[in-house]
Design a protein around this ligand. Structure first.
Ligand code: HAM
Length: 427
């Protein structure tokens, strides 16, 4: 066995250099969600396996083959969350948050699915997730979609389009499902093995198949949109009218069925042509029956989740660059007494100048090496503290980039001089 450590396949490190883009996305969404009245909450990464089976559905790919399930004792099966909706619905029930309340919540964090890894598809990936609980009408569906449209604008992302469909109610879907099964049974000879298996459990997913040999049969299949119940039709028309009135473009996709079973009525997906096969960047829909199905009081709900890795990739493709902020003052130290005094001095400056970022040279090095580091750090200003300056109670302030003159400043006056100097250098 190799002694070399390796990362787990499909699970990625997010290195420091990538974090500024992640943080930008996090900050844009955090601000946006607050502007629309959503509050952050967090749920555990691990839940009882049964929760995901009941919420996502026994015959979905996620539950059938992608869950990281383990047990710590004979009677406890636990699963790493493959998504956040089930956990939030569970938390709303177990914390007694519902009782007719309206909740607008968001969360974010890692999700786990044992899929075949490829570009844009990972086994640990990150979602930012929104859930609105207690809202029956299409107004909130339209509002969260409008919010995502605004998010793309703020992120400078243009290569996305919105696909929209309605799955009707559980009842109208049951009727449709029977029609669909009858249709596919007539064409069973064309179905691949996967689809034949789905015929019994989840025939709607056959519509999602990418198998070229089945496309003709799929395009002849009855459409769910033709079998919607009147209320679902009205709900959907309400949604599309509000989107049109807000100038939000969408494409009706009667074959959009989604890979989780809890949906009813609205489903949507923002897709892109810029990422290859893994084209969904933000997807969700309404799940009016889920909370009752999990044992809570009837609560209509709608939400979506977006794939952080995929959106960060899109942000980078816009040509935008993201960098960690540089320190503002790099502290260069000459001499051993200065080295011992530096920490206390810089800590005092940090007390006096909150918000200004100081990086003190650590790990020694001669003057030249320290200035090289100061230069690389991107700091506009160096503070030079040497043994003999210390003796005289002064330090040097040296502009790093512009042609500025080095000035000698009494230690007690540093806090008064640094802000103005930085402003003149950065302004
Ligand atoms: P989902 O479509 O399974 O929905 O995932 C949402 C988003 O997560 C996808 O559009 C995609 O961007 C990202 N994603 C999914 N799987 C992977 C993966 N293996 N690697 C990278 N990114 C991935 C849900 O999870 C629902 N809980 C959304 C929802 C919330 N519906 C209602 N509320």
């Amino acid at each position: 066995m190799s002694t070399q450590l390796a990362a787990v396949r499909g699970m990625n490190d997010v290195l420091a250099g990538q974090m500024p883009a992640w943080q930008h996305l996090e900050q844009v969404t955090r601000t946006l969600f607050a502007e629309y009245g959503f509050q952050e909450m967090r749920v555990p990464i691990v839940e009882h396996t049964q929760l995901f089976k009941r919420a996502i559905g026994e015959f979905t790919d996620i539950v059938e083959k992608e869950m990281y399930t383990f047990s710590m004792s004979a009677d406890e099966s636990l699963t790493l969350r493959p998504e956040a909706t089930a956990g939030i619905a569970r938390a709303a029930i177990t914390n007694g948050l519902l009782r007719g309340a309206r909740l607008k919540l968001w969360t974010s964090g890692p999700m786990f699915r044992h899929e075949r890894p490829q570009k844009g598809r990972y086994r640990q990936f990150h979602q930012i997730d929104i859930e609105a609980l207690g809202f029956p009408g299409p107004d909130v569906d339209a509002e969260i979609i409008a919010m995502t449209a605004r998010m793309w604008r703020r992120l400078g992302i243009t290569r996305v389009k919105l696909k929209l469909n309605s799955l009707g109610t559980t009842e109208s879907r049951r009727v449709y499902r029977e029609k669909l099964v009858a249709y596919f049974q007539q064409h069973a000879d064309v179905l691949d093995e996967d689809s034949r298996r789905r015929l019994g459990g989840n025939p709607l997913r056959i519509l999602d198949s990418k198998n070229p040999a089945m496309q003709a049969v799929i395009s002849g299949a009855p459409l769910l949109t033709e079998h919607l119940d009147p209320e679902s039709r009205e709900h959907f028309e309400g949604l599309t009218a509000m989107l049109a009135a807000s100038n939000i473009d969408y494409v009706l996709d009667p074959r959009l069925v989604r890979g989780l079973d809890y949906y009813s009525r609205t489903v949507f997906e923002w897709v892109t042509d810029a990422l290859g096969a893994q084209d969904a960047v933000c997807s969700g829909g309404r799940y009016d029956g889920l909370i009752t199905q999990l044992g809570g009081e009837a609560t209509p709900a709608v939400g979506f989740a977006m794939g952080v890795e995929r959106i960060v990739e899109l942000m980078q493709q816009t040509g935008a660059t993201f960098a960690a902020p540089s320190p503002q003052v790099y502290v260069v130290i000459a001499g051993s007494r200065a080295g011992r005094a530096a920490l206390a001095l810089v800590e005092r400056l940090r007390d006096e100048l909150p918000g200004i970022a100081f990086e003190t040279n650590a790990g020694g090095g001669n003057f030249k090496a320290q200035f090289r580091r100061a230069d690389r750090s991107g700091a506009p200003l160096a503070l030079v503290l040497g043994d003999d300056e210390l003796e005289r109670g002064v330090a040097q302030l040296k502009p790093m980039r512009q042609e500025g003159v080095q000035i000698e400043v009494p230690l007690a006056e540093l806090a008064g001089r640094i802000p103005a100097l930085l402003k003149s250098l950065q302004g």
